[in-house]
Design a protein around this ligand. Structure first.
Ligand code: CA
Length: 243
C-alpha cells in the first residue's frame, strides 16, 4: 500500500482517480487546487503525486518546480489535458517524472503508478548505511557502532536518522517526523521529537551538547551534516543511496 496524493480540480476526475487507486489498495489523499496540493505534498509526505496541469491558484508546473526547489523528491506523474510536446517538456523540466495525457486508459495510469512506485522502493531500499564521524550505522541490520562499541539505538532513533539521511542535508520538520514515525493515530507533541533527538545525539554525537552531525534548524526541525574530511566521501556522510 502506498500513499498517493491526487491534485486535481475537476470533481469527477478527482473521484474517479481516488476510486481507481483505492481499488488497488492505495491510500489516497486529495487536493482540489494547487495551493492545497502544495501544502499536502509537503505535510503528508505521499509516496507519489498525481498532478493535474491546469489548476486554480498554483498550476501543476509551478507546483512541481516549487516541490523540487525545496528538495522534495516525491515522484510526480503529470496529468495533462493538452497533448502538445511543449507541455510535456515543460512538465519534465519542472521536475515531473512522467506524464500522461487525458483522456487516459485507467490500466495505463495504474501501470505508470506501479512503475514510479517501484522506482521509489528501489531507491529507498538502497539507503543502507551512513557514517557519522566514528559512528557506523547499518539500516538493514539495524545496528550502530562506534569502533568496537555497540550503540543501542531504538527503532524510532533508527527511523529518525534514516529520514535525515534520505533528506540529503535538507530539513526534516518535527511534523514530518511525527507523521512518518509516530503516525496519525498517536498524540505525541513536537516535544516528543526533541526528546528522541536528544537521545539520538547522546548516542551518536561525540559531544551531544555541541552536535556536529544532528543539527537543529531553529523553529523548524533538524538536518544532518556528514563529514567532509579529505579522502573521505561526501559532505552528507558516506551514505549509500539511489542518487
Ligand atoms: Ca484541471
Amino acid at each position: 500500500m502506498s500513499r498517493i496524493l491526487v491534485i486535481e480540480d475537476e470533481f469527477a476526475m478527482r473521484h474517479a482517480l481516488e476510486d481507481l487507486l483505492t481499488s488497488q489498495g492505495h491510500r489516497v489523499i486529495t487536493a482540489a487546487d494547487g495551493a492545497i496540493g502544495l501544502e499536502r505534498a509537503r505535510t503528508e509526505r505521499p509516496d507519489l503525486v498525481l498532478l493535474d496541469v491546469m489548476l486554480p491558484k498554483v498550476d501543476g508546473f509551478t507546483l512541481a518546480a516549487e516541490l523540487r526547489k525545496t528538495g522534495c523528491k516525491v515522484p510526480i506523474l503529470l496529468l495533462t489535458a493538452r497533448g502538445g510536446v511543449d507541455d510535456r517538456v515543460t512538465g519534465l523540466d519542472a521536475g515531473a517524472d512522467d506524464y500522461l495525457a487525458k483522456p487516459f486508459d485507467p490500466q495505463e495510469l495504474l501501470a505508470r503508478v506501479r512503475a514510479l512506485l517501484r522506482r521509489v522502493e528501489r531507491a529507498g531500499a538502497l539507503v543502507e548505511r551512513v557514517r557519522l564521524g566514528e559512528v557506523d550505522v547499518d539500516f538493514i541490520r539495524q545496528t550502530a557502532r562506534r569502533g568496537v562499541e555497540t550503540l543501542h539505538l531504538t527503532p524510532k532513533e533508527f527511523a529518525m536518522l534514516r529520514m535525515l539521511v534520505e533528506a540529503r542535508g535538507g530539513v526534516v520538520t518535527r511534523e514530518q517526523f511525527l507523521d512518518a514515525i509516530w503516525g496519525y493515530n498517536a498524540f505525541p507533541t513536537t516535544r516528543t521529537v526533541d526528546t528522541h533527538m536528544a537521545g539520538l545525539r547522546a548516542k551518536v554525537e561525540e559531544d551531544p551538547a555541541q552536535p556536529r552531525h544532528l543539527l537543529t534548524v531553529h523553529g523548524t526541525g533538524y538536518r544532518l551534516v556528514g563529514d567532509s574530511r579529505p579522502g573521505e566521501a561526501g559532505g552528507e556522510g558516506e551514505r549509500v543511496d539511489g542518487a
